[in-house]
Design a protein around this ligand. Structure first.
Ligand code: F6P
Length: 473
């Protein structure tokens, strides 16, 4: 018997990962993502339920509890992982929603799988949601779920939040299933985006392609319902990160990292999922050219690049990995000296403690995506710099650039511009760096992830004030 609740979170992934326990049996470990920490307090207060895919292809998993959170797994078959997750979600939608940096693929059987899996998620939510419950659906993998829910359960209050950018109409229009996706999203009462531009793109597309009347951020449906589309920029658990960064073990580890990379004067750092949207190649090339130009010496500075393995069976990700590793090999071969590689490249994922230590160890954080919904790494770095030191070089094409205006902002397509910004940050005076960091820290302290969740849920109850149950506490 699945649990029931007044608050149901529906996301592609569960907030836990499958791990092997010391006795060899399978168990669960809380995933490090920010969404979990954002929703954890709301979930607990409302005895909420989280529906998601646990990863892998294990079938018929039963609902379970982990550290007091009620979790309902949705199983995917091997074909569905290939067609729904790797295919339509990550080889069609992901590139379209990220400026077509990679070429999207269109396959009708992938779409069929996307519809099937979205229906499975919607059906699970219907089983779990109590009368008048709030259901909050997340991200691009599940854009059909709101309309499916609406059809089966008109009593629900439905919110949808897109964590990645929503593309301009000209790119979205390439999608053979553009109308179905727009109609899927219109099942929600509130559709949330990272940026105002995404919300505007959506409203414009609804007017053009579906023909509904719109006014500012509202869409008027023929059945009398109103859908609101607005920006809710996501954030991080700022306090949690800062507290972690102050822990003695983290500070010791930061020292250890600096000495392990040769105690250079300055440490540059990049931390990303290994994704072609992140601009890893551009930043490493810019750094290498600065060494070649004689602007930076490998005795003085080192670049640490953490690349977390991601979507490894998708072809574009395989190609990217080869490209980055070839570049690192060339740069270190050409420019490094014994015991002094120019770039330390780590293809691995690390727990939050290690990330905080890396942020503490880094003098210059380099975040150069070609397109990014928000980029939480930039905010995490800022949260960890409680002495107001350190420098952030940030792409203007990351959502975070809207808030972190005091960073060294760059266009990642302009390699000379990236070089100039890296050099500027490298030579920045303490006073200039502190002024910038202080202002950015104020922003991330004020707009943290719990403020984000509260704003979204408040917005949802405002737009859907019908005689449903009260908004989640
Ligand atoms: O940013 C979008 C997103 O889907 C996140 O929700 C997720 O943490 C990340 O990308 C990793 O993606 P995946 O679930 O495909 O490993």
């Amino acid at each position: 018997m699945p649990p029931s609740s007044q608050l149901v979170i529906v996301a592609n992934r569960l907030p836990v990962d499958r791990v092997e326990l010391p006795d060899g049996s399978p168990g669960w470990r809380r995933s490090p993502g920010g969404l979990v920490s954002a929703l954890d307090p709301v979930m607990r207060r409302n005895d909420g339920v989280w529906i998601g895919w646990p990863g892998g292809t294990e079938q018929d998993l039963e609902p379970f509890e982990d550290d007091g959170l009620k979790l309902v797994p949705v199983s995917l078959s091997a074909d569905e992982v290939e067609e729904f997750y790797e295919g339509l979600s990550n080889a069609t939608l992901w590139p379209i929603y990220h400026d077509v940096i990679a070429k999207p693929e269109f396959h009708r059987e992938w779409w069929d799988s996307y519809v099937t899996v979205n229906r499975r998620f919607a059906e699970k939510a219907v089983q779990v949601a109590e009368e008048g419950a709030t259901v909050w659906v997340h991200d691009y993998q599940l854009q059909l779920v709101p309309a499916m829910l609406r059809e089966m359960r008109p009593d629900l209050r439905i919110g949808f939040y897109l964590h990645i950018p929503f593309p301009p109409a000209e790119l979205f229009a390439q999608l053979p299933w553009r109308r179905q996706i727009l109609e899927g999203l219109l099942g929600a009462d509130l559709v949330g985006f990272q940026m105002a531009g995404g919300a505007q793109n959506f409203v414009r597309l609804v007017r053009q392609r579906v023909g509904h009347k719109t006014h500012r951020d509202l869409v008027y449906l023929p059945d009398g319902r109103t859908v609101r589309a607005a920006a809710f920029p996501i954030s991080i658990d700022t306090e949690g990160y800062e507290a972690l960064a102050r822990e003695e073990s983290v500070l010791d580890r930061a020292e250890e990292i600096r000495s392990a990379v040769g105690s250079p004067r300055k440490v540059f750092l990049g931390v990303d999922r290994l994704d072609y949207t992140k601009g890893i190649h551009a930043r490493l090339r810019a750094f290498a050219e600065l060494i070649q130009d004689g602007e930076i010496d490998v005795d003085d500075a080192v670049f640490v690049q953490v690349a977390t393995p991601s979507r490894e069976r998708v072809e574009q990700y395989r190609i990217l990995r080869e490209e980055i590793e070839r570049l690192v090999g060339h740069v270190n071969g050409d420019l490094g000296r014994i015991g002094r590689p120019a770039i330390h490249y780590l293809h691995s994922s690390y727990p939050r403690e290690e990330m905080a230590a890396l942020y503490r160890a880094a003098d210059i954080m380099v975040v150069t995506p070609y397109r990014d919904g928000m980029n939480l790494v930039a905010k995490e770095y800022v949260a960890c710099r409680y002495d107001d030191d350190g420098a952030l070089v940030l792409s203007e094409f990351a959502g975070a650039a809207d808030e972190l205006r005091q960073a060294w902002l760059v266009n990642p397509y302009d390699i000379n511009g990236v070089k100039a910004a890296l050099l500027d940050a490298y030579h920045a005076s303490e006073k200039d760096a502190a002024r910038r960091m202080k202002a950015m820290r104020k922003t991330v302290r004020k707009h943290d992830v719990s403020a984000w969740a509260t704003r979204f849920l408040d917005g949802l109850s405002d737009v859907s004030p019908h005689e449903k149950s009260p908004r989640p506490a």
